[in-house]
Structures are given as C-alpha cells and as structure tokens.
Design a protein around this ligand. Structure first.
Ligand SMILES: Nc1ncnc2c1ncn2[C@@H]1O[C@H](COP(=O)(O)OP(=O)(O)OP(=O)(O)O)[C@@H](O)[C@H]1O
Ligand SMILES: [Mg+2]
Length: 363
C-alpha cells in the first residue's frame, strides 16, 4: 500500500528527501530531469545546489525556521538548473517525525510551474507597456490642454505689451507701471498652469489617506479652460469629508480621462445643451464618485468593449482607446475599487466606488 502510494506520488511529481541538515538523500527521476543533474551528482550534496542566486537569504531563513518548527512549508520557488536555466516549482516541504517526535528527514514534493510563471511575467510586461503607452497618450492630451490654457493669456499678454509700448512712448509713467504689473500677473498664472501639470505627472508616490473631492478640484483645474471653451456646463455636488486611501494624483488621472471622454462626446451636441455632472457621496463604507453627461450614452453594441485596451470609436489622432482601460486598472489595482458604466437618463454615467477609511456616522 505504502509502496503504491509512493510510486503514485513520485511518478507525477518532483520529489526529493534530505536529512535534517539539508543534505540530499534521495531524488526521483523527475528531479534529475528538471534540474539537469545526474542522480550521483545530487546524492550527498547540499540541497542548495539548485538554489537560484535571485532568491534572497531571508526566503531560506523563513523556509528553515518553518520546517525546523515541524511545520509544512509551501511556496513557489525559483530554481537554477545545471545548464544555468531557470525553472519554477510549486513546492511543499514536509518534516517527517520519528516515534520520539523528532525530525527524521524532510520530504519535498514539487510540480513544475515554469510555463505558468513565464506567462504571468509576459502579462505583467504587457501591462507595464500599456501603462507607459497610456501615460504618453495622456501626456499628449495634456500638452494640448496646456496649449489651450495658454492661448488666451498669450493674446492678453500681446495686447498688454502693445499698450505698454504706447504708454511708454507717451511717457505715461503710471500707466506703464500698472500695465507691467498686469503683465506679470498673467505670466504668473501661466507659470501656475505649468506647475499644475507638472504636479500631476509626478509619479510613484506612497499610498496615503486623501479626499476624492480634492482630486475632483485638481482634474477640473486642469480641464477648466477646455470645458469653458466648449461651452460645457458643469454642476457638482461633492461631500468634501469623504476620505479614501491611495494616491491622489491617480484618481485625478481617472477623472481627467472620464471628463475628456464626456467632453469628446458632448461636442456633437448643440452648444447650449452640454452638461457634465459630478457627484461624490458616501454610503456606509464606500465612497461613490459619479461622472455623468447628457451626450446620449454608449450604444449597447459596443458597451461590452469600452474597457478593453485600444478600443476606440475616435479618429486615430484623437484617441488611443486606452483611457478607460487605464482608468479601470488604476481604480481596481491601486485604489482597490471598481469603475462601472451605467446609462444615465440622457447620457453616460461612470461610477467609481472606493473603500473609505471610516464608515459614516450619520445616515
Ligand atoms: N462619456 C461617453 N459618452 C459616449 N461614449 C463614450 C464615453 N466615454 C467613453 N465612450 C466610448 O468609449 C470608447 C473608449 O473610451 P476610452 O477612453 O477608453 O478611449 P478613447 O477616449 O477613445 O481614447 P483615449 O482615451 O485613449 O484618448 C470611446 O472611444 C467612446 O466610443
Ligand atoms: Mg478616453
């Protein structure tokens, strides 16, 4: 019975046994095959012969403290084969106790997960690439926005300088001084625009408590000029006390994406009937942040696809189709929330749900 059991385990797994010091006393054929060593080269050697240099000492310290405490250790381990190649094994190491309750030896049973791990790495790489691409895409949008934001003050500056020149030629000292002051104010506000955008693009901050209402403020500060130019009427009703955990700028980025989309959709509407409504409130332990427009919504045929990478109905020069994909990724992975589309009475409604720091005390 025991022999049958042993054969079954050994024929389907990678098996090794070591003594209490980690010296190999037994390996099965599978172990030899995957590690590339002959059996004679393994028996009597320290098990760390297959240790991969990438695996930190702490991992081994944890392994040893677990099994020496007579507990089972389970982990996915990166190993090094004889030919220098890497393999990944899902490992279970069990201490075998003798009648006196002392550790006799350790049995390690593993199965090969190299393919699965490689697939996972590929996916991670792809996702990172998408992230970069979308950062670049939003950078493109942002540059367009700065251009918009600057056009008006530039015109204003032009006029101020012209007037200033005339005042100077006329020797109107007071006017020159006042025009100079006005010009400086315009320049300051242009420089503020740059600061706002720079702040927005500063990457890699720590997660910390923040107010989503401030993300809304920041997103609107970045887009105000363009919304005004397109005659988009904005209403908002935000609970400014709601607090969540994460990175403020990332929520700002999501909101910028949603607002840009609403703006793009609204351009086809008559310019006296373009509305965006933002609402932020708390329900129990969830913050709900809602961006709604009256541009007609998303046709049911494409609704299932809008969150897919590269899906766009816009001209190539206008949309990469990464906005909603990225937004959902940020909300789910970084803010531990959800981003959903629902149709509103007159257009699209996107709802961001985030876990809040504390439950509401008032109903
Ligand atoms: N508020 C909205 N109203 C109508 N359609 C929308 C709205 N938001 C998104 N969509 C549709 O969903 C598609 C995908 O949006 P997404 O933000 O992912 O990409 P994009 O806006 O086309 O390009 P990008 O955001 O990369 O510039 C859009 O092309 C559009 O067809
Ligand atoms: Mg978009």
């Amino acid at each position: 019975m025991y022999e049958q059991y042993k054969t079954a385990v050994e024929s389907s797994n990678i098996v090794s046994r070591t003594d209490i010091n980690g010296i190999i006393t037994f390996v099965n054929d599978e172990f030899c095959r995957i590690s590339g060593y002959r059996r004679e080269a393994l028996i009597g050697r320290d098990h760390n012969i297959v240790r991969h240099p990438d695996v930190p000492d702490e991992t081994f310290a944890r392994l040893w403290s677990t099994i020496l405490a007579k507990r089972t250790y389970r982990s996915t381990v990166k190993n090094l084969a004889k030919d220098g190649s890497t393999f990944y094994v899902n490992t279970t190491i069990t201490p075998i106790l003798n009648a006196a309750g002392a550790i006799d030896e350790f049995i390690a049973i593993r199965y090969d997960v190299t393919k699965e791990m490689e697939l996972q790495f590929q996916l991670q790489e792809k996702q990172e690439m998408l992230l970069w691409q979308s950062r670049f895409a939003s950078l493109g949008h942002m540059i367009a926005n700065i251009a918009h934001q600057w056009r008006q003050p530039l015109t204003e500056l032009n006029l101020l300088i012209y007037t200033l020149k005339n005042a100077a030629l006329d020797h109107q000292t007071d006017a020159v001084i006042s025009l100079h002051r006005d010009a400086k104010t315009v320049i300051q506000s242009m420089s503020q625009t740059i600061d706002d955008f720079q702040h927005f693009f500063r990457p890699g901050k720590e997660r910390e408590p923040f107010f989503p209402a401030v993300s809304v403020d920041n997103a609107l500060a970045l887009l105000q000029q363009i919304l005004r130019k397109e005659h988009i009427h904005l209403t908002q009703q935000n609970d400014r006390d709601v607090q969540v955990l994460g990175i403020q700028n990332e929520l700002t980025q999501v909101l910028v994406n949603l607002l840009q989309n609403a703006k793009d959709a609204l351009i086809s509407r008559p310019d006296d009937d373009r509305e965006i409504r933002i609402t932020l409130w708390q329900e129990k332990d969830a913050a709900l942040l809602c961006v709604e427009d009256n541009a007609g919504g998303i046709p049911s045929e494409i609704r299932a696809e809008i969150f897919a990478p590269y899906f766009t109905t816009k001209h190539a020069s206008q949309g990469t189709g990464l906005g909603l994909f990225m937004s959902r990724l940020i909300v789910e992975k970084s803010l531990q929330g959800t981003l959903q589309y629902t149709s509103a009475p007159r257009g699209a409604r996107f709802v961001i749900t985030l876990p809040t720091l504390k439950e509401t005390t008032h109903p």
